[in-house]
Design a protein around this ligand. Structure first.
Ligand SMILES: NC(=O)c1ccc[n+]([C@@H]2O[C@H](COP(=O)([O-])OP(=O)(O)OC[C@H]3O[C@@H](n4cnc5c(N)ncnc54)[C@H](O)[C@@H]3O)[C@@H](O)[C@H]2O)c1
Length: 295
């Protein structure tokens, strides 16, 4: 008996990489899966789930299109009777330094990641709100996919880092809006060897097949699937880096210092005079890219 029997999940970008592993593990825990991707890779994942005794349906659609959210939610409800879990995962890269980036590179990445996450969450939220208002108290889950680039600001990824940073805030906003309808919303930033990262030599598979394959995308899925279970109830609006044998719980944008006048407007001179009060001995240089160590 799996932990997610009778649950229905949508996984976007589930034709390959970490999305595929999420879909396979969710299915092995008993969930019925709407496998979304752009093309035939969705059918491959669906076929594997079915061959292993699970239930799945491919829905080939572009998450950057507004109608895809409703298409996926409608497919879940009409095929499997409900929707409990949304894994927003589909993604692309169009890397370039900001000063060399063109409009298409910027727009495509924002559309697939930030809009793509919103489009699916919006449709799921609309459905879940209606269910809650009709008296259904079922717990629901959204897991979004960010990146260390979104957490720390990756160079040559102004498009991607902005989208992934937006997803971190989107998750918190959705949490504030949807908690009362039984929905939790959390974010993972994976570390995995996939089509997006296979150019990174340090993520290569170990030559010795008996050695632990740190960057196997399947290493990311257990925590993602755990976040979907009842055991993760109460975890909401949080972000995690997940990969290899590690899970790092992340938090950012905390209050560092302040100046408050007594009902007066600031002038540049008053700001000069309060500079030390605001910053004290704090470090005002460009924040470091403080990713947890890789090994
Ligand atoms: N691999 C990593 O180390 C890593 C690190 C940080 C973040 N991520 C994020 O993890 C997610 C999964 O990426 P991955 O590494 O598995 O790469 P991947 O390329 O293997 O998988 C991404 C999948 O999304 C699909 N996709 C792309 N655009 C789509 C669209 N418009 N609609 C529907 N599907 C679409 C692709 O066809 C592909 O199957 C992405 O959001 C990525 O940004 C991955």
């Amino acid at each position: 008996m799996g932990r997610l029997e009778e649950k229905v999940a949508i996984v976007t970008g589930a034709g390959s990489g970490v999305g595929r592993e999420h879909a396979l593990l969710l299915a092995s825990e008993g969930a019925k899966i709407i496998v979304n991707d752009l093309g035939d890779s969705a059918d491959d994942t669906t076929a594997q789930i079915i061959s292993e005794g699970g239930e799945a349906l491919s829905v080939k659609a572009n998450v950057a299109e507004w109608s895809t959210g409703d298409t996926l939610v409608d497919a879940a409800v009409s095929t499997f009777g409900d929707l409990h879990i949304l894994i927003n995962n589909a993604g692309i890269l169009r890397d370039a330094m900001s000063f060399s980036m063109n409009e298409a590179q910027f727009d495509e990445v924002i559309a697939v990641h930030l809009k793509g996450h919103f489009v699916c969450a919006r449709a799921a939220g609309e459905y879940w709100r209606a269910q809650a208002k009709s008296g259904d108290e079922t717990q629901r889950r959204i897991i979004h996919t960010s990146s260390e680039s979104g957490l720390f600001g990756g160079p040559a990824q102004a498009n991607y880092a902005s989208a992934k940073g937006g997803i971190l805030t989107l998750s918190i906003t959705l949490g504030r809006e949807l908690t009362k309808y039984g929905v939790t919303t959390n974010v993972v930033a994976p570390r995995a060897r996939t089509a997006l990262t296979d150019y990174i030599q340090s993520m290569a598979a170990p030559e010795n097949p008996d050695e632990f394959d740190v960057y196997d995308p399947a290493n990311v899925s257990p925590f993602v699937v755990w976040l979907c279970t009842d055991e993760a109830q109460g975890i909401n609006g949080q972000a995690f880096i997940v990969g290899g044998s590690g899970i790092w719980w992340m938090r950012n944008w905390s209050h560092q210092g302040s100046v408050k006048l007594d009902g007066e407007k600031f002038t540049l001179e008053v700001i000069d005079a309060n500079r030390d009060a605001l910053f004290g001995d704090g470090d005002t240089s460009l924040p470091k890219f403080e990713a947890p160590p890789f090994s």
